[in-house]
Design a protein. Structure first.
Length: 410
């Protein structure tokens, strides 16, 4: 891959995840500070709803009608408009959530489209993709640093920037920037242009049929299951950090992305030596360890254990999600590449998180009762639940997954 092309794709990935990191880990703090503390699970519900509704349809458009980079650009510009309007609806919780839904309907398909643009230009996914995808992690890190150490200079001493709407406007601005930048990306024409559109292709059945195999079904089911406890991490880690005395919440959480950067660059090394199954299993094991560390650290507020738990996110994400994206691309044909990437977003950030977010919210609210926050002992009990769930999923995957497709090391 030429250096200029690699630079373009790296900037795309940087902005793609800078946008997500600008609001996703702080929206709960913002809502809690604006009389919506009991509604903080809703952003993590509309996000997977969007991941279910949008990717297949948008993937179909990119596969059959319009160049992928143009679809990416239009969606990010529309998303910028929705996010810009979100803070103005703070006094109306229903409108606030609906605007977040509109934003996520625009954003969630762009994750698979960005992957599609990268894979279209690659001949060795295992080696090339991680080195470009790592810039997405850097984008998330920079977003957290800006919130904690730049935006804090524009608020009062006793106010956290996460409690203001500044990070939401930052999200809108970055989304607009990437929308415009997308039109400069290398042309990725629709590979199935002119082919007949059917109801099956719209909802992704065609892509599902082409990818079908026992091992792939196990992978999809395990991906769905592991994202149920993941919802607890995304939704409540920010509250857990606040309860255990952390001041710089956003910058503390990006330690997970710092470790993600390291492990992303090591994926080509591990992929060759471990293969798909062991890579995915290590990622799931990291989930178990992370939640166990949170639970063990909670009663005595053991800072080091909490930080290690956050750092484990790098292994959780890289070894499972990035490996999964490469695995899906290697099984897909060029004609269904965008829909195939949309399928994994649908199963993980869509169905998995949609099931996980209300479950996590329900469990949290049950512990919460009528109090203003969980006690440290309650936090310990809370974290043991996703820990046990992730352990069961790990055992199921190890026992049942057997990949036999030529060209994919199991």
């Amino acid at each position: 891959m030429k250096a200029a092309l690699r630079a373009q794709l790296s900037v795309m990935m940087f902005l793609e995840f800078f946008i997500w990191g600008s609001w996703y880990t702080t929206i709960g703090v913002y809502m809690s500070n604006h009389d919506m503390a009991d509604l903080t699970h809703w952003p993590y519900t509309v996000n997977p709803v969007a991941a279910i509704v949008a990717p297949f349809f948008v993937g179909l458009i990119a596969d059959r009608f319009f160049a992928t980079q143009k679809v990416l650009g239009v969606l990010h510009i529309l998303g910028a408009i929705f996010m810009f309007l979100v803070p103005s609806a703070t006094g109306n919780s229903t409108l606030f959530i609906l605007l977040l839904l509109g934003y996520n309907l625009c954003y969630m398909p762009t994750m698979s489209l960005a992957n599609t643009i990268c894979f279209h230009k690659m001949t060795d996914q295992e080696k090339e993709f991680p080195l470009i995808r790592v810039f997405g992690t850097l984008g998330w890190i920079v977003a957290g640093l800006i919130i904690s150490f730049v935006l804090n200079k524009f608020v009062a001493d006793n106010v956290k920037p996460e409690e203001t709407g500044m990070q939401l406007y930052m999200t809108a601005g970055a989304s607009l920037l990437l929308g415009l930048f997308s039109f400069t990306l290398p042309n990725t024409p629709p590979p199935a242009k002119g082919k007949k559109v059917s109801a099956a292709s719209i909802i992704g059945v065609d892509a599902f049929k082409q990818l079908a195999s026992p091992s792939f079904f196990i992978f999809l089911f395990s991906s769905f299951l592991i994202c149920i406890p993941l919802a607890a991490y995304y939704n409540f880690t920010q509250h857990f950090l606040a309860a255990t005395g952390f001041e710089k919440i956003a910058s503390t959480q990006i330690l997970g992305q710092v470790s993600e950067t390291l492990f992303m660059t090591l994926i080509p090394f591990f992929f060759i030596r471990l293969g798909v199954k062991k890579m995915l299993a290590v990622g799931m094991l990291a989930w178990v360890i992370r939640y166990a560390l949170f639970a063990l650290a909670a009663p005595d507020q053991v800072t080091s254990m909490i930080i290690i738990g956050v750092i484990m996110h790098g292994i959780c994400y890289d070894f499972f999600f990035v490996t999964g994206q490469i695995y899906v691309d290697k099984k897909a044909t060029p004609q269904i590449r965008a829909q195939a990437q949309g399928l994994i977003i649908f199963v993980t950030y869509g169905v998995g998180m949609l099931v996980g977010a209300p479950i996590a919210g329900s469990v949290y609210n049950k512990f919460l009762g009528t109090s203003q926050g969980l006690t440290l002992q309650q936090w310990q009990n809370f974290w043991w639940i996703p820990c046990a769930f992730a352990a069961v999923v790990l055992l199921f995957f190890i026992i049942t997954f057997k990949e036999r497709q030529k060209g994919i090391k199991a």
